[in-house]
Design a protein around this ligand. Structure first.
Ligand SMILES: Nc1ncnc2c1ncn2[C@@H]1O[C@H](COP(=O)(O)OP(=O)(O)O)[C@@H](O)[C@H]1O
Ligand SMILES: [Mg+2]
Length: 305
């Protein structure tokens, strides 16, 4: 199915879409009318080609509740045995947005590396896009984890595509236009470590808060579109802040309600004592998981165990 087959896409519109970086009907179907109008497609035409694209990719077809129940999701094991035992899907499942929040040094980046490698080593995905907003991507760590999973480190490192955007506009560009190119090559896992760092740096102060929230919302909405259209898994790490009200020492993930509602499974990570290489995570909001479950982990040079 190619863009040319869509009624209403003539040579001029095709050129415009290609310039924009839209390469497939599935990718086109993810856009909104307003987004196409913003790049110069006439309103009527945008409505027409999007409705046609939606039909072609089947997004206007219903599923029965029985079909829902019978749906089997692809899953990969994380290698953190307790996580794989205690989470409802027995690992990380497709088409979900995961969030791992915690203070610095709790092991978020380590776990992000581990999930990237584990998903490749198990054959769950052919590629991983790793968006590193804090400059902490570590190829040596990825290599050590690959060895732990008995995978060829060279092959694993070649399949992780690292982006280091400098600002929110670059991040949005990568998610909207670069990620779909990797998806075409078999990418089903996207990591963003951390999701909120660029927003906190760029939108500073109370008067910027509404804009910040809007832009975070916009980005996670794109992750949702990719999840729906391509079953993409997104692994987000997140920073925490002191709870505005409540007990001293209580932390909450940043990003507010917008992020809380957008992710499908949200975990908190914690280390009592940084002198010991251990910590635990628990579900803040995970469907089918009791909030009092503890997933303990040990920090090793090859990830969390
Ligand atoms: N081999 C190791 N053994 C024990 N602790 C380690 C090892 N390597 C790194 N660490 C520690 O693990 C923690 C996890 O770091 P990281 O994943 O970068 O945290 P975050 O991304 O949450 O800030 C750090 O405190 C680091 O000092
Ligand atoms: Mg980190």
């Amino acid at each position: 199915m190619s863009l040319k087959d869509i009624e209403g896409i003539g040579p001029k519109t095709l050129e415009k879409l290609k310039e924009l970086g839209i390469t497939s009907v599935e990718h086109l179907a993810e856009f909104t009318v307003e987004e196409l109008v913003a790049v110069g497609v006439e309103y009527e035409r945008a409505v027409k080609i999007l409705s046609e694209a939606a039909q072609r990719v089947g997004s206007t077809k219903p599923k029965t509740a029985i079909q829902f129940r019978q749906e089997r999701y692809k899953v990969f094991k994380t290698g953190l045995a307790r996580f794989d035992e205690k989470t409802p899907w027995g690992g990380i499942r497709e088409a979900f947005i995961y969030e791992f929040a915690g203070e610095f040094g709790t092991g978020k980046s380590m776990f992000a590396h581990q999930l990237a490698v584990a998903s490749l080593a198990s054959g769950f995905t052919a590629r991983v896009v790793y968006i590193d907003t804090e400059g902490t991507f570590n190829d040596k760590l990825a290599e050590a984890i690959a060895k732990r999973f008995d995978a060829d480190p060279e092959k694993i490192l070649q399949s992780i595509f690292v982006y280091q955007p400098a600002n929110v506009a670059q991040l949005e560009q990568i998610v909207k236009f670069e990620v779909p190119k990797h998806i075409q090559e078999g990418c089903r896992v996207l990591v963003i470590d951390t999701i909120t760092a660029l927003y906190r740096a760029e939108f500073v102060g109370r008067e910027m808060l509404a804009t910040r929230q809007q832009r975070i919302h916009y980005l996670v909405d794109w992750l949702r579109r990719h999840a729906r259209t391509f079953n993409l898994v997104s692994i987000l790490t997140n920073q925490v802040m002191d709870m505005p009200t409540g007990m001293a020492g209580m932390k909450t993930p940043v990003g507010g309600n917008v992020l809380a509602h957008a992710v499908n499974a949200r975990f908190m990570m914690m280390r009592y004592n940084k002198a010991k290489p251990e910590g635990y995570m628990w579900p803040l909001d995970v469907p089918g998981m009791a909030p009092d479950v503890r997933i303990e982990y040990r920090i090793t040079e090859a990830g969390l165990e």
